[in-house]
Design a protein around this ligand. Structure first.
Ligand SMILES: Cc1cc2nc3c(=O)[nH]c(=O)nc-3n(C[C@H](O)[C@H](O)[C@H](O)COP(=O)(O)O)c2cc1C
Length: 187
């Protein structure tokens, strides 16, 4: 098995992340990998925001605002969870799909491309000794969060990617049998 296949087969999301986060050179390779995602008509339907340090605290405030908008009566623990959510990793990357109207490339394809870019970010982080996890949740869909992050009307959040160093041991990976998912189609 070559190194690339080995890496594809062993990618393992890390819910617990700590410092250090990816250094600038590592991050540059991560984004270069993301920019090689398959992309119908080369529309490049993506852009990325990086959040480190205090920017994560500000995002926590935005998350709290979003939660309160849905339910003004949330308890203190829920408030704390919203505020602390972005602090679960030293680096967050918001993956944004930037949709361009095109006669042959529907929105869904552009979102898939941005999703492939997200996968590439995760793989490239792990390949360089870091770890990450893709998270979404209600914040991804909330116009308030989109507005605070500066999204335009043709843009949507594909995910909040959390990156850092893996804390604790990697979880065992599930056994999946190829034959359960793959059939040769015969007409
Ligand atoms: C689009 C998308 C959204 C996700 N959102 C969340 C999330 O909000 N919270 C979470 O714990 N995991 C979320 N996950 C799942 C994790 O990223 C991860 O895939 C899962 O924990 C399984 O681990 P594995 O990737 O190592 O198999 C999401 C995955 C995808 C693809």
């Amino acid at each position: 098995m070559n190194e690339t296949i080995e890496q594809l087969l062993s990618r393992n999301s890390a819910p617990k992340l700590t410092s250090p986060g990816p250094d600038p050179a590592t991050l540059d390779y991560m984004f270069r990998a993301a920019l090689r995602a398959p992309d119908h008509a080369w529309l490049q339907p993506w852009r990325f925001l990086t959040l480190e340090g205090e920017a994560r605290e500000r995002l926590g405030e935005v998350f709290l605002e979003s939660r309160l908008q849905d339910d003004p009566g949330i308890d203190d623990a829920a408030r704390e969870r919203a505020l602390a959510a972005p602090l679960r990793a030293p680096l967050l990357v918001v993956v944004i799909c930037r949709y361009t109207e095109h006669p042959k490339v529907p929105r869904q394809e552009q979102i898939i491309s941005a999703g492939c870019a997200a996968h590439a970010l995760l793989l490239a982080a792990e390949a360089q000794g870091y770890a990450g996890i893709w998270r979404t949740g209600s914040y991804t869909e909330d116009p308030l969060v989109a507005h605070e992050l500066g999204l335009e009307s043709n843009e949507s959040i594909v995910g909040f990617l959390y990156f850092g160093s893996r804390e604790g041991r990697a979880k065992p990976l599930p056994e999946r049998k190829v034959e359960d998912f793959v059939q040769a189609w015969s007409p």
